[in-house]
Ligand binder design. Structure first.
Ligand code: ADP
Ligand code: MG
Ligand code: ZN
Length: 477
C-alpha cells in the first residue's frame, strides 16, 4: 500500500465522525430513577423502565436535557425549542424493549461548528494547496509555518439512551465471533447518551483526531462526562471516503468501529484511506460497509456490508410528550457554561503572557487548569510564566504534587536559586508528601546565589590561590 502522504496528493479524503458520549456525571439514568453508574455488580441498577417491562412509563431526565443544551451551546449549535423522542426499533438483547429511544429529524441541537487549529507535523498531512490545486476545492489559509484553521460543521447533537453492555466470552479479543457464551449487564442500559454527528468536513486523520480531542476537552470542561475513550464513555465511529482531487461528488464511504484511543482513530483512518486508494487505483470498488479496527494487527476488517438502508420503523414515542424548551431553560443552561478551553487559552496569553502552546496545554484539561490557577494564587505576577513552565515541563512526570509545591519551586526557579535539574530532584523528593520544596532546598544546601557581593570575596580568594599555585597562568594578560 502507498503511504498516506502519497495517497493524499492524488486523492482527497472526506471524513465525518459520529461521536457518542455518555453523560457520566448525572446521578440517574435517562428515563428512570436507576443509579447512573457502571461500577456496581452486573444488573444491580435496573428497574421495569430500563428493562423494558410492558406498561412501564419513561420520564425524561431534566438534567440530561440541560447537559445536551450546554453541549450544543458550547459547540455553536442552534438550540431547537421544539423536538421530540422517537422509537428506533431493532431486535437485540442489549435493549430489552426492542427499541432505542432517540430523536428524529429534529435534534435538541442543530447546525453547529468547531474551529480546529492544526499545527506542527499533523498540519503536513493536508497537502499544500500548490501541490494539489484543483477546481472545486477551497484552500485553507495557512500560516508561514504551515499551520491552519479548519472550520468543521456539526450537523446535530441528539439525545438518546445507551444499550446494555454485552460481554462475549471465549471469542477472539472479546468479539462475538467464536464466542461460546454472551453475558448481559443492564446497568448501562438507559444511560443518558448524546450523539454528535459532523458534516463530512474533515480531510485528514490528524484533523479527525484533533476534533475528537477538542470535543473531549469541551465536554470535560462542561462537566457533563468523563469522556473516556478507553472505558467507552466516549465512542467514535469514523466515516471515510475518497474522491479524486477536484471531484465534488462524494465517494462511497466505509465506517470504522472499535476506536478506543485518539491514536486508533488516526491510525484506523490512515489505514483505511490507503486501503481505499489501493482498491480504487486497481479499478475496484469500495463497498459501503462497517469495518472493525484491529489495533494489534494495525488493519481494518469487514464487520458487515450494508446492502439496503436499515429500516428502524422510526416513529414518535407516544409515551413521551414533545418538548417545548423555554427561554429560561436555555438561559439557565447557558449560565452554567464555564470558561471554555479556547477562551481560557486566550486569557492566559493576554493576562499572563504565556506562549500559545503552553497556554493551550494548560487550558485543555479542566483539572489541570484548576490546579494551575490555584498555584497562581498568591504567587507574584512575575512568577506566573515560571509556574506555567513547571506545569508543562515538570508536573506531568510526577503523580501527586500540590499547587503550593509547584508555586514554591517556581518561585525558587524564577530567582535562579535552583537549576531546572535541581527543581526536578526536589519535586521528586516532595511528590506525594506535604513537604515544602523550599525546605528541601535548604535541607540539602542546594540554594545557589547570584548575589555579587556575596560571591566577590569567594572569587577573589580562589583567584588569589590560583595565582600563588600557578604564577604563569595567573600572570597572563
Ligand atoms: P449513515 O446513515 O451510514 O450513518 P450518515 O449520512 O448518517 O450515514 O452519515 C454518517 C457520518 O458519515 C456523518 O458524520 C457524515 O458526515 C459522514 N458521511 C456521510 N457521507 C459520507 C461520505 N460519502 N464520505 C465520508 N463521510 C461521509
Ligand atoms: Mg452511521
Ligand atoms: Zn431503570
Amino acid at each position: 500500500m502507498k503511504r498516506l502522504a502519497e495517497v493524499l496528493r492524488d486523492w482527497e479524503a472526506v471524513i465525518g465522525l459520529e461521536v457518542h458520549t455518555e453523560l457520566t456525571t448525572l446521578e440517574t439514568k435517562m428515563f428512570c430513577n436507576c443509579k447512573n453508574t457502571h461500577d456496581d455488580p452486573p444488573n444491580a441498577n435496573v428497574c421495569p423502565v430500563c428493562l423494558g417491562m410492558p406498561g412501564a412509563l419513561p420520564v425524561p431526565n431534566r438534567a440530561a436535557i440541560q447537559s445536551i443544551v450546554m453541549a450544543g451551546l458550547a459547540t455553536n449549535c442552534q438550540i431547537m425549542r421544539h423536538s421530540m423522542f422517537y422509537r428506533k426499533h431493532y431486535f437485540y438483547p442489549d435493549m430489552a424493549k426492542n427499541y432505542q429511544t432517540t430523536q428524529g429529524p429534529v435534534a435538541f441541537c442543530m447546525h453547529g461548528h468547531l474551529d480546529l487549529e492544526v499545527s506542527g507535523e499533523g498540519a503536513a498531512e493536508r497537502p499544500a494547496w500548490e501541490d494539489v490545486a484543483a477546481d472545486g476545492e477551497t484552500p485553507v489559509s495557512r500560516e508561514r509555518d504551515g499551520s491552519y484553521v479548519a472550520p468543521i460543521r456539526i450537523l446535530r447533537i441528539h439525545m438518546e439512551e445507551d444499550a446494555a453492555k454485552m460481554v462475549h466470552v471465549g471469542g477472539e479479543e472479546g468479539r462475538i465471533t467464536a464466542a461460546t457464551e454472551s453475558l448481559i449487564d443492564y446497568n448501562r442500559c438507559g444511560t443518558p447518551l448524546i450523539e454528535l454527528v459532523t458534516e463530512p468536513d474533515l480531510r485528514t486523520p490528524e484533523e479527525a483526531r484533533l476534533f475528537m480531542e477538542k470535543l473531549q476537552q469541551t465536554f470535560r470542561t462542561l462537566g457533563i462526562s468523563d469522556c473516556s475513550l478507553e472505558s467507552g464513555s466516549m465512542r467514535c465511529d469514523g466515516n471515510v471516503s475518497l474522491r479524486r482531487r477536484g471531484e465534488t461528488r462524494l465517494g462511497t464511504k466505509t465506517e470504522m468501529k472499535n476506536i478506543n484511543s485518539f491514536k486508533s482513530l488516526h491510525d484506523a483512518l490512515e489505514y483505511e484511506i490507503c486501503r481505499q486508494a489501493e482498491v480504487l487505483e486497481e479499478g475496484g470498488i469500495v463497498y459501503q460497509e462497517t469495518r472493525h479496527w484491529e489495533p494489534s494487527r494495525r488493519r481494518t476488517v469487514v464487520m458487515r456490508v450494508k446492502e439496503t438502508a436499515d429500516d428502524y420503523r422510526l416513529f414518535p414515542d407516544p409515551d413521551l410528550a414533545p418538548f417545548d424548551l423555554t427561554d429560561d431553560f436555555i438561559e439557565e443552561a447557558r449560565e452554567k457554561i464555564p470558561e471554555l478551553p479556547d477562551a481560557k487559552r486566550d486569557r492566559y496569553m493576554a493576562e499572563l503572557g504565556l506562549k500559545r502552546a503552553d497556554a493551550a496545554q494548560l487550558a485543555a484539561d479542566p483539572n489541570v487548569a484548576a490546579f494551575f490557577e490555584e498555584a497562581l494564587e498568591g504567587a507574584p505576577a512575575k512568577v506566573a510564566a515560571t509556574i506555567a513552565n513547571v506545569m508543562v515541563n515538570l508536573v506531568p512526570s510526577f503523580g501527586a504534587l500540590t499547587p503550593a509545591q509547584v508555586a514554591s519551586i517556581a518561585g525558587l526557579l524564577a530567582e535562579d536559586a535552583v537549576t531546572f535539574a535541581q527543581a526536578r530532584e526536589v519535586l521528586a523528593a516532595v511528590d506525594g508528601t506535604e513537604k515544602d520544596p523550599e525546605a528541601v532546598v535548604d535541607e540539602r544546601g542546594l540554594r545557589q546565589t547570584n548575589d555579587v557581593s556575596a560571591l566577590e570575596p569567594i572569587v577573589d580568594e580562589v583567584l588569589e590561590r590560583c595565582g600563588a599555585a600557578h604564577p604563569k597562568a595567573g600572570g597572563v594578560g
